[in-house]
Design a protein around this ligand. Structure first.
Ligand SMILES: [Zn+2]
Ligand SMILES: [Zn+2]
Length: 375
């Protein structure tokens, strides 16, 4: 951005964000205190909130922006409706912005919600002014999505879909339970505001608060707390380095319901071709980042040169053992699958595998102890 004059304000967005925020923080509690809510309000709030957020995380983000898996048309239709309900623009527009975000992350002139422009800008400020007016309808980075009929249908009818879902769903529930205002407040407004800000946190907080186990070349962070509010998108440091992975939280203990949804759908035949990053690549990235951090930290010590040499030597050793291990593991799996190899050869392979596995474990331990000293 050059010059001191800021681009014009987008009054429609300002009106939507501000009015919904005021209603959610003032009218929603007031109504609750004076008239009260029932269990049906809470249940439908959770259902609608999850529907919106998962449509964004699994649909807009991991399916359409990053193509990390393929989905049956029925699921894509659901995501398209849920995305309009979440009121975050069309999937085509969202994905186009998001692909630019990944390609030019932290570049204040190109990244549409660059975290380097501060919390406010990356959270919501970028949507309040016409920062990208001249490229607003340029979807040339999403030619693949333009072949998806559901994406194009949703893009064309985004406004009527957004209105129909945001008003229609709460009104329908209001008619069923006999509380029109209550449902409009909770399933309409409160759900929208919380869904908005929990998604926006991924652009703001997930680039500010957390650890960087895989890379420090961009601002993205891993944050388990944020993962809870964002349906698993809090593991953003991992996501920015391996964006083609359908998972964000790769370990079983990491909270990533978006991943669980995509995986469960694959058992039902609704999703397929789930892409994962090879373990070797992940481990290498992690070790490399640990080396970078440790090297930086020893550089100020009196025996920096020696320490650095030791670090690099240990790192090289680790890389070799890692490659060896994954290599023999692959061989073993192939042999098992093909079932061509002799029993004798297979048992030899197994012995080598066990050896390399324990070699790697020992090397990893000594590596971790070394870098822990300079972390
Ligand atoms: Zn992404
Ligand atoms: Zn990001």
């Amino acid at each position: 951005m050059s010059g001191s004059s800021k681009p014009p304000l987008i009054w429609l967005n300002i009106f939507i964000f501000l009015s919904s925020f005021i209603v959610a923080t003032v009218v929603v509690p007031w109504y609750g205190i004076t008239l009260g809510y029932g269990a049906e309000h809470l249940i439908w709030f959770v259902v609608a909130f999850s529907f919106c957020n998962l449509s964004i995380t699994a649909g807009y983000h991991r399916l359409w922006s990053h193509k990390t898996f393929e989905a049956h048309w029925s699921l894509r239709l659901l995501f398209a409706i849920g995305g309009a309900f979440a009121l975050q623009n069309s999937a085509l527009h969202w994905s186009s912005d998001h692909r630019i975000h990944h390609k030019h992350v932290d570049n204040n002139d190109k990244d549409p919600y660059s975290a380097k422009r501060g919390f406010w800008f990356s959270h919501i400020g970028w949507m309040l002014r016409e920062y990208n007016a001249n490229t607003y309808t340029d979807y040339s980075n999403c030619r693949d999505l333009q072949k998806d009929k559901i994406v194009m249908w949703q893009h064309k009818y985004y406004v009527p879909l957004a209105i129909a879902t945001n008003f229609g769903i709460p009104i329908l529930l209001g008619a069923i339970y006999g509380d029109m205002i209550g449902m409009l407040l909770v399933v309409g407004v409160l759900r929208l505001v919380l869904s908005h800000h929990s998604t926006f946190f991924i652009n703001s907080l997930a680039h500010i608060w957390g650890s960087q186990p895989y890379t420090d070349k961009n601002t993205a962070r891993d944050n388990g707390v944020l993962a809870v509010f964002t349906f698993g998108e809090g593991y953003h440091n991992y996501h920015h380095i391996f964006e083609n992975d359908y998972r964000n939280g790769i370990y079983w203990w990491q909270y990533d319901p978006t991943k669980w949804l995509i995986k469960s759908c694959s058992w039902l035949g609704l999703t397929k071709k789930l892409r994962v990053t090879p373990k070797l690549k992940i481990e290498k990235a992690k070790a490399k980042q640990a080396l970078t951090t440790a090297s930086k930290n020893v550089s100020s010590l009196p025996n920096a040169k020696l320490l650095n040499e030791a670090l690099n030597k240990e790192f090289e050793e680790l890389m070799v053992k890692m490659s060896d291990y994954y290599d023999v593991k692959k061989q073993m799996l192939e042999a098992k699958r093909a079932d061509l190899t002799q029993k004798y050869e297979r048992s030899l392979l197994k012995v080598r595998y066990q050896q390399m596995k324990s070699d790697l474990a020992a090397q990893r331990k000594s590596w971790e102890m070394l870098v822990a000293q300079y972390a």
